[in-house]
Design a protein around this ligand. Structure first.
Ligand code: BES
Ligand code: MN
Ligand code: ZN
Length: 462
């Protein structure tokens, strides 16, 4: 997705693109001289947000581009140029501080998912950048995001637990990591009863991926991602409206792989571990049922309130494993609840942690990375919602009212993490509902860029 779209060229002679608002348009047209003014008039260019004006020389070759941008335009607005400009080499006339965001937005906008169709055959624009843009770092970010988007966009027919596992295997092989995969009934022998229970109804056997990379004595950073390749809801089957998008229910795993890709490519001095429970929440005679009581890796017995709350079950076993070697940091990401979307909408994933420093750091990095996140509380008084009459705990809110769905899910997970110095949970959506600059419709790697920014800052390389 990346290399051909952006190139380093400090003394660029590429076509200049001038971002301009309505107030600045007249002055800019005047300074460009020639035909620019007439052209703007005949084409109705007024510097309205989103408008593009190509200014040609006497031979008809473009010499400048005007791009209408509202005052205080949101980040990545310039990224829209990736979809609006004809093929050719361009450079942006903007402040050095704005170059990185513009380049990131441009590249993130350029993404296309071409697995099932011919690639667009019209030539694509290329952005030339100077010293102000760290192209290597940009490349690490884009590779990670591209991987996650491809995985989420791939339908469940072509991305089962095996294929999701393969994606992790390939990524870690590319960076010299090691991967252990526990598959099918071996999950019972190795102590992952809930991963097995959720995944056993599918013809495609459940798996647990456990991958490591980096030097043994570096700080331990462990990532856990929900890898439900398709969520029918199980016996508590989803209505068609709720099931329609459920190929994206491995969005947590995809975002975790995106972050891992960035961390490894950048060579951050951490001991990275990635744990992905990869299952299909399917329906068959062997499906787990409402009312069942499951054993868990941690030894806590869990009463099943609703088979559609499958994500927290597989994450619980994965988090218990993650916690066993007392890492410095455990991060989990999951498309966990519809309630998170009711609270904050699709673009603003909530995160949960008891670590105040981490929370304020993350808020800062989320803003800097243009990867918005919002902290929500691990409100302990709601733990009583998870009471069970026959097991240690229920995995859903049993109070009868559907209160605080995202918080109760987070509280359930918190029961499986004890030793990690810091634990952070993300309830992501993993999907852009519509095309916007830098955010093409379809799968999205939420929280990965913000966390990469934070980790790169905490663990700077040599
Ligand atoms: N994968 C869904 C949550 C989800 C739905 C995320 C839509 C993003 C968009 C999860 O497995 C689920 O079904 N959660 C239930 C839990 C409920 C049964 C307690 C939910 O949120 O409705
Ligand atoms: Mn579900
Ligand atoms: Zn789910």
């Amino acid at each position: 997705m990346r290399s051909s779209l952006i190139a380093f060229d400090p003394a660029s002679t590429a076509i200049p693109v001038h971002p301009v608002d309505r107030d600045g348009t007249a002055g800019l047209l005047q300074s460009l001289g020639g035909m620019a003014h007439v052209l703007a008039q005949t084409s109705g260019f007024e510097g309205t947000a989103g408008q593009v004006l190509l200014v040609p020389d006497a031979e008809g070759a473009p010499v400048a581009v005007l791009f209408g941008v509202a005052k205080d335009a949101p980040p990545f607005t310039l990224g829209d140029l990736a979809r609006k400009l004809p093929g050719g080499d361009y450079r942006l006339v903007c402040a050095p501080g704005e170059q990185h965001d513009a380049a990131l937005g441009f590249a993130l906008s350029s993404y296309r998912f071409d697995r099932y169709r011919k690639p667009a055959d019209k030539p694509r624009p290329r952005l030339m950048v100077g010293e102000g843009v760290d192209l290597a770092r940009l490349g690490h970010i884009l590779d990670g995001v591209g991987l996650a988007r491809d995985l989420v966009n791939t339908p469940a027919s072509d991305l089962g637990p095996a294929e999701l596992t393969d994606a992790a295997l390939k990524l870690f092989a590319d960076h010299g990591g090691r991967v252990r995969v526990i598959e099918g009934d071996a999950l019972l022998d190795e102590g992952f009863p809930m991963v097995h229970a959720v995944g056993r109804a599918s013809d495609r056997a459940p798996r647990l991926v456990d991958a490591v990379w980096g030097e043994e004595d570096h700080p331990k950073v462990t990532l856990v991602g929900k890898g439900v390749v398709f969520d029918t809801g199980g016996l508590d089957i989803k209505p068609s409206s709720g099931m329609a998008l459920m190929k994206k229910d491995m969005g947590g795993a995809a975002s975790v792989l995106a972050l891992a890709s960035m961390v490894m490519a950048a060579g951050l001095p951490v001991r990275l571990r990635v744990i992905i429970p990869a299952v299909e929440n399917a329906i068959s005679g062997s499906a787990f049922r409402p009312g069942d009581v499951l054993a868990s890796r941690k030894g806590i017995s869990v009463e099943i309130g609703n088979t559609d709350a499958e994500g927290r079950l597989i994450l619980a076993d994965a988090l218990a494993l993650a916690d066993e070697d007392a890492p410095d940091l455990v991060i989990d990401m999951a498309t966990l609840t519809g309630a998170a979307r009711v609270a904050l909408g699709p673009d603003l994933p909530p995160f949960y942690t008891d670590d105040e420093d981490f929370a304020s750091d993350l808020a800062r990095h989320a803003e800097a990375a243009r990867d918005p996140l919002w902290r929500m509380p691990l409100w302990r008084p709601y733990e009583s919602y998870l009471d069970s009459r026959i097991a240690d705990i229920n995995h859903i809110n049993t109070s009868g009212a559907g209160f605080a769905g995202s918080i109760t899910a987070a509280l359930f997970l918190s029961r499986f993490v004890e030793k990690a110095a810091t634990w952070v949970h993300f309830d992501i959506y993993g999907w852009n509902p519509a095309d916007r600059p830098g955010r093409p419709q379809g799968g999205e790697a939420q929280a990965a860029r913000a966390l990469f920014d934070l980790l790169a800052n905490r663990y700077p390389g040599r």
